[in-house]
Design a protein around this ligand. Structure first.
Ligand code: LMR
Length: 408
């Protein structure tokens, strides 16, 4: 009975968003949720998305019918090419199947559900290893479907970079055939990615241990500003012949947050039965999808598909991506130089060394709470800031606030 239902805590990130909105201070700064903002601190509808929107609205054949269970094929096929490269043998050999999902969260969920159903060892679920730290939602998505969660070291507090040795050790110690969740690029929350050489080392350990890679990619185009370069890690694992899955979000790189456009991809390793395996997996994913959401939402997928299937619009999208990643890089430089100019105790090179939407500042929970209470600056308790929340008007204010809480 409902009397027995205990009160759950509010979601930390969305709670932060609510608290920011309720704050009436004119100097408030939102560095919480990972959503791009322009220099005017407002959401930015990508110009290319506006164009695609126009095209769709002027299409006399536009309707609101159901999509197929696996989603819009013109969207999922291009989404797959974006990750693997259009000439990937995995595509021509029919080793990959793609399902449109409720953005990245839905993709991680569908993947987790699929693995819980079909990847058991002796009747028990395999454990998924998440980076420490990781996107907070990862934990509960896997726990929800009964997959045990463990962590591998990732962030080195001393260097504010990657703890590659700790990570490799944990991968060696994990039972064979574990599921390893990897952020393909622009790691959330740390902004720290492995170098190409470190990816090679990670892949080598994972191959020896027969681990299963579960890639999460929500920031393609945000890390380097180059879509292909940001897919390097995934392409390397595919080249090495891993069987793997990928959860892909278009929330950030298209600015389609609330439209929930994403994909889940399963990729079989090369074998004579690979195409057969892929077909069978696709059939099971269709059943899971049907029982959960029937079929995915149409609008965001149509917007993305319009852009992905048109050469000129695609080029314009790349330009829009460079605008976003370029502004973020400018803010990294501005914040670092301001802190150095103020002589704020500590080193601040990590602000410009880290990449993507976030910076893991190294500020303590106590300092974060003081920033909120005294300066109306909103960031997650782990010290993560969304760089896109900074702009030419508030970066000095933020740097001075950081300087104060670091000194006191
Ligand atoms: C974030 O980490 O800020 C974003 O991925 C938003 C979310 O859904 O948590």
């Amino acid at each position: 009975p409902a009397e027995a239902v205990p009160q759950a805590p509010e979601d930390a990130l969305f709670g932060l968003m609510r608290a920011y909105k309720a704050d009436e201070s004119p100097s408030k700064v939102d560095l919480g949720i990972g959503a791009y903002r322009g220099d005017d601190a407002k959401p930015w509808v990508l110009p290319v998305v506006k164009k695609a929107d126009e095209i769709l609205r002027n299409d006399p054949n536009l309707n609101h019918e159901y999509l197929p269970i696996a989603g819009l094929a013109s969207f999922t096929s291009k989404a797959c090419e974006l990750l693997l490269g259009p000439s990937s043998p995995a595509i021509s050999e029919k080793r990959v199947t793609s399902v449109q999902t409720i953005s990245g969260t839905g993709a991680v969920h569908l993947g987790a559900l699929f693995l819980a159903r079909f990847f058991k060892v002796n009747g028990a679920n395999r454990t998924v290893y998440l980076s420490n730290p990781t996107w907070a939602n990862h934990n509960q998505i896997f726990e929800n479907v009964g997959i045990p969660v463990a962590t591998y070291p990732y962030f080195d507090k001393k260097t504010k970079g990657l703890d590659i040795e700790g990570m490799k050790r944990a991968l060696v110690d994990a039972p064979d055939h574990s599921i390893i969740l990897l952020h393909a690029c622009a790691h959330n929350p740390t902004g720290v990615d492995p170098t190409p050489e470190q990816w090679r080392e990670i892949a080598e350990v994972m191959a020896t241990k027969k681990h299963f890679p579960f890639f999460d990619t929500a920031y393609q185009g945000f890390a380097s500003g180059d879509l292909d370069r940001d897919a390097t890690a995934i392409r390397y694992f595919v080249e090495k012949g891993f069987e793997l899955v990928i959860a892909q979000s278009f929330a950030k790189n298209f600015g389609l947050y609330g439209e929930r456009a994403g994909c889940f991809h399963f990729l079989a390793s090369p074998s004579p039965d690979a195409a057969g395996i892929t077909t069978r997996v696709a059939s099971q994913l269709a059943i899971l999808q049907r029982s959960e959401i029937s079929n995915p939402p149409i609008y965001g997928a149509k917007i993305a598909s319009t852009v992905l299937n048109d050469k000129a619009l695609f080029a314009e999208w790349q330009d829009n991506l460079r605008t976003m990643s370029g502004r973020i890089i400018d803010m990294r430089k501005a914040l670092r130089s301001k802190l150095e100019e103020l002589g704020t105790p500590g080193t601040w090179n990590h602000i410009t060394d880290q990449i993507g939407m976030f910076s893991f500042t190294g500020l303590s929970e106590k300092q974060v709470l003081r920033l909120r209470d005294e300066f109306h600056v909103y960031m997650t308790k782990n010290g993560r800031i969304s760089m896109a929340g900074l702009n030419t008007r508030n970066v000095d204010y933020f740097a001075k606030a950081v300087d104060k809480v670091v000194r006191a």
